[in-house]
Design a protein around this ligand. Structure first.
Ligand code: SF4
Ligand code: SF4
Length: 104
């Protein structure tokens, strides 16, 4: 069961998760007019390396934890795949949205 990127990533996209993924299944794009990232559910090997890399805790470790966003990740995969890698934000940089908090 793949890992899933959730709503918290919308408009934040630190992109620190992308470089650690051993199978390069994290892809960038825009969703609802905001920056976003998705995990390709068909390629993710459930290694868990990405989860602690997200400064705001936007990644969950199973579809069951966020079925709605799992569906979004799946649906956006084809469109996001092959897009250029975004610039990585410093992980200690404050989130753009007041609703998000640094988790480490
Ligand atoms: S590190 Fe977190 S906020 Fe940044 S792109 Fe990955 S999931 Fe989104
Ligand atoms: S769990 Fe592993 S394979 Fe899946 S997206 Fe995260 S780093 Fe990549």
């Amino acid at each position: 069961m793949p890992y899933v990127i959730t709503e918290k990533c919308l408009g934040e996209r630190y992109a620190t998760c992308q470089s650690v993924c051993p199978v390069e299944c994290i892809h960038a794009g825009d969703y609802k007019n905001e920056t976003f990232m998705i995990i390709d559910p068909d390629v993710c090997i459930d290694c868990g390396v990405c989860l602690p890399e997200c400064p705001i805790g936007a990644i969950v470790s199973s579809v069951d934890e966020s079925p709605q966003w799992a569906q979004v990740n799946k649906e956006l995969t084809a469109a996001f795949k092959g897009s250029p890698k975004p610039t990585v934000r410093p992980p200690n940089e404050a989130p753009h949205k007041a609703t998000n908090k640094l988790v480490k």
